[in-house]
Design a protein around this ligand. Structure first.
Ligand SMILES: NC(=O)C1=CN([C@@H]2O[C@H](COP(=O)(O)OP(=O)(O)OC[C@H]3O[C@@H](n4cnc5c(N)ncnc54)[C@H](O)[C@@H]3O)[C@@H](O)[C@H]2O)C=CC1
Ligand SMILES: O=C(CO)COP(=O)(O)O
Length: 832
């Protein structure tokens, strides 16, 4: 604990940066080092990017003594700061503590510091790290107050982490609703520190509250790729072991933990809340700057507070979503909605921040934001403009612009590609059937040469997907004579599978073998001889298709919930209800049938366009483009590199036939997905049960659903995984090492499944036996992250004996909900 006992050594603090916020934070820190001399060396260094200036005549120091040398001749900024104890350029009229020393030498200012506070515009930090590397103490720890994200052409990372990697240290983040001038005037505000202390720093690890440590049953010697050195590595915000090998701080130094940082930053007027979600803290500060520009744009048109509130609402949703999509391993939605660094910073920045004010003025004056920045800010530097461009480049590269309409629209306004007046339409949730009229799609739709809006271009193939090439065919289900207990009775769900088919037997239909007459219904002939065709009419169902919770092989953890008695209704009412429920389903079956080609050999499936669009906005975009912009299709040409090498989904033209080609997936997987699309069930034939669906197959379907945005299917797979794993009748009730490795190595989107598998293993398996018998995977061993997670799960499990009896059911029900992906239309609903 930071405050306990006297320490032989004290922390030395340096602030790197001395702008508006840099100086305000340096003031706070210097006040606190002076107040806590047992923990900190009171003298704080502040590195200043040196410049020469003349004291402004408006300065109180000039007025007090206009004839002094400091007032009459140009001076170094550091000299002025140290002479007047005021940063006359970047934080004028604020007295800085005498124990704060302005230092123009970067290396000299950082060389003795055990705590480094990085506080300067994000544009400069990477170069600065190069200059600083080698000059700092190897065991230093950092806090980044920078509001921005570190974006390269293909990757995104937090500045706290890129600083840490470049300097070989651990670095957290501080961000909040903190307009520097207000903080400097000691007007009350709150802030958030994100700090996830490296294991190396905790000298007396304390078990988490309410949890009883238990000895792990794992024999770690059995883990083939166990790497002791990895243990020393900190896990970054993406859940990956950091490249940095940290140096252990000397024993004599107070531990750099939450309490120490609270002591260093908390003031009566500046309230600090320390959390572990570094990504959430960093992203809030970076992305709100873009939203502040948007808010400034609409205010520049004098549209009033309602318009600004609308922008903030959408902005907050996109901030949460951004975190969830790109930092799914660590980010918490609550950081955006409950902490100062999230919603509070958004509000203050959209009220009086520099980004907001400059964007507003730019619209009012009819000039660019950069012109206003140069004319109005006296050397201060906006973060929103750079961040907006950098984030857009990244989203574009990932094909995700359309998923972040506000971030994208703001970029377009900034670039002069769209008008501020277009913003309301650009950020409106697109109405599915009317996308061609939507401004977000309009330009691209009119552009014959360039294929459509960026998100609809072929998605570059992720290297991860190629790993599926070497997958041997999944064991296909063998029809069995006896149904097993895991499958709930069909009537219990109130659903039936598609009906009118010659192949239908007692409620099951093999969608592989449709009646030949269907081919007439296909708008384009299939490119290959055999096409798997859909049923011509809708399944008889009274609830929306794809509602996984009610499908036949669904979760049976809480059977009482699943087997519902249909309440009595009068025949008339029943009829009306069923007609009402049937209407949207009918309209789906009136849509065209799309040709989907799967795998390198292009096995063809025919699927109703409406059905695909209903289940996945990603596929909906492709389907719409196939129909509305046939010119965008790609053609495979002899001699050209194969399209499949580059893309995971392609709109393809083969001898005048348009198809959607998914080259890297297996037809066997898609056969079941096709089945699910029409019946909400993955079961193919009557005698098959969930136990017959191989784990590899289930996991491959899950991965497919995460890649192609089939959220309901994704959730269904979560439910099935629990059902299958907990089923007493299943012979191999948990996935084997190959399946586990697949989920870890193949896709970072599979976070929920990872959590689930760890929990299932921790609670259900005989781990010792598993470690001895199972790790004979093709890849040679179990994924180390899985094993580590398992150890942690073990540690947390059986807490207070709650896991027994009813507690167990509640646990799985809770986990099931937690692992469910959330509806795109409501990204705030993220489970914690
Ligand atoms: N000003 C505010 O109200 C707040 C700012 N922040 C964040 O704090 C960070 C720092 O911003 P401010 O302190 O406000 O800076 P600022 O915008 O006030 O000042 C710019 C700073 O950059 C320095 N600089 C100029 N050229 C440089 C170069 N080539 N290399 C290195 N430094 C150079 C200047 O000397 C000056 O210190 C930003 O990420 C900002 O978003 C966070 C909360 C509040
Ligand atoms: O981050 C800030 C307030 O928390 C300040 O934002 P600006 O850089 O837009 O002034």
């Amino acid at each position: 604990m930071a405050t306990l006992g006297a320490h032989d050594r004290k922390h030395k603090v340096t602030v790197v940066g001395s702008g508006n916020w840099g100086s305000a934070i340096a003031k706070i820190v210097a006040e606190n080092t002076a107040a806590n001399p047992s923990l900190f060396d009171p003298l704080v260094e502040m590195w200043v990017y040196e410049e020469t200036l003349t004291l402004p005549t408006s300065s109180s120091h000039y007025k007090a003594d206009p004839s002094s040398a400091h007032a009459t001749t140009p001076q170094k900024l550091t000299d002025l700061i140290n002479h007047y104890h005021e940063n006359v350029k970047y934080l004028p009229n604020i007295a800085l503590p005498p124990n704060l020393h302005a230092n123009p030498s970067l290396t000299a200012s950082v060389q003795d510091a055990s705590i480094l506070i990085f506080n300067l515009p994000h544009q400069f930090i990477n170069k600065l790290c190069v200059d600083m590397a080698g000059a700092i103490l190897p065991y230093a720890r950092g806090i980044s107050c920078i509001k921005g994200v570190d974006v390269t052409a293909t990757e995104i990372s937090l500045f706290s982490e890129s600083i840490g990697e470049k300097l070989g240290i651990y670095c957290g983040a501080l961000s909040g609703a903190n307009i520097a001038n207000e903080v400097a005037l000691e007007k009350f505000s709150e802030t958030t520190i994100g700090y996830d202390p490296p294991a190396l720093d905790s000298r007396a690890p304390t078990p988490k509250e309410g949890r009883t440590p238990q000895q792990s049953q794992l024999d770690l010697t059995k883990i083939t790729d166990y790497d002791e050195e990895q243990e020393e590595r900190h896990r970054n915000a993406k859940g990956v072991a950091s490249k940095v090998k940290l140096t252990r701080p000397p024993e004599e130094l107070p531990v750099a933990d939450h309490e120490l940082f609270k002591t260093l930053f908390h003031r009566p007027y500046f309230h600090v809340h320390v959390i572990s979600d570094v990504a959430g803290v960093s992203l809030g500060g970076a992305l709100k700057n873009i939203v502040a520009l948007t808010a400034g744009f609409v205010s520049g048109l004098n549209w009033g507070d309602n318009a600004k509130a609308a922008v903030m609402r959408v902005g907050l949703l996109e901030m949460v979503k951004f975190g969830r999509v790109f930092f799914a391993e660590s980010v918490k939605a609550a950081t955006f909605t409950e902490e100062s660094c999230g919603v509070a910073d958004l509000i203050t920045s959209c009220s009086g921040g520099r980004n907001y004010r400059c964007a507003k003025m730019a619209v009012e004056k009819g000039v660019s934001v950069e012109v206003v920045e140069r004319e109005e800010l006296n050397g201060q530097i906006l973060q929103g403009v750079g961040t907006c461009r950098e984030v857009n480049g990244f989203l574009k590269q990932r094909g995700k612009e359309a998923e972040f309409p506000l971030l994208t629209a703001t970029y377009r306004v900034l670039q002069g590609e769209a008008k501020v007046q277009d913003l309301p339409d650009l950020i409106e949730r697109p109405y599915h059937n009317n996308k061609s009229k939507h401004p977000r799609y309009k330009d691209a739709a009119n552009d014959a040469a360039i294929p459509i809006a960026p998100q609809l271009r072929a998605i570059p193939q992720s290297p991860i997907l190629s790993q599926f090439h070497d997958v041997t065919p999944f064991p296909m289900a063998r029809p069995k004579q006896t149904a097993k207990a895991v499958r709930l009775p069909r009537k219990a769900s109130g659903k039936q599978v598609p009906t009118p088919s010659s192949t239908q037997k007692s409620g099951f239909m093999a969608v592989n073998h449709p009646p030949a007459s269907l081919s007439a219904a296909i708008n384009q002939p299939p490119p290959s001889a055999q096409i798997n065709q859909p049923p011509t009419s809708p399944p008889v169902t009274t609830s929306s298709s794809g509602d996984s919770s009610s499908s036949d092989e669904g979760l049976n953890v809480t059977p009482s919930k699943r087997i519902k008695q249909e309440p009595f209704q009068s025949p008339n009412k029943k009829q009306k209800l069923s007609q009402k429920a049937k209407a949207p389903v009918d309209s789906i079956y009136n849509t065209k049938i799309i040709s989907i080609l799967v795998g390198p050999h292009k096995q063809a499936f025919g699927i109703h366009a409406g059905l695909l669009s209903k289940q996945s906005s990603t596929l909906a975009s492709y389907v719409q483009n196939m129909q509305e912009n046939p010119g965008i299709a790609m053609v495979e040409k002899d001699g050209d590199p194969p399209l499949a090498e580059k893309y995971q989904i392609v709109i393809l033209r083969t001898t005048n036939v348009l198809s959607l080609w998914i080259p890297h997936e297996l037809p066997a997987i898609f056969t079941r997905i096709n089945r699910w699309l029409y019946s909400s069930s993955l079961i193919l034939v009557e005698a098959e049960t969930l136990a017959d669906i191989h784990w590899n197959m289930l996991i491959a379907i899950y991965l497919f659903s995460t890649r192609f945005g089939l959220v309901r299917l994704q959730n269904h797979c979560i439910d099935l995984t629990i059902t299958k794993a907990l089923s007493p009748s299943s012979s191999s009730s948990l996935p084997d090492a190959d399946a586990i490795n697949k989920i870890w190595k193949n896709d970072s989107n599979a976070v929920a499944m990872r959590q689930l598998l760890q929990a299932l293993y921790a609670r259900k398996s005989n781990l010792a036996k598993f470690m001895t018998n199972t790790p004979v995977s093709k890849s040679g061993g179990l994924n180390i992250s899985f094993v580590k997670g398992l150890v942690i799960e073990q540690f947390h499990m059986l807490q207070d004996g709650k896991f027994e009896g009813k507690g167990e059911q509640q646990f799985w029900e809770h986990l099931r909900k937690k692992c469910h992906a959330h509806d795109e239309t409501n990204p705030l609903e993220v489970s914690e």
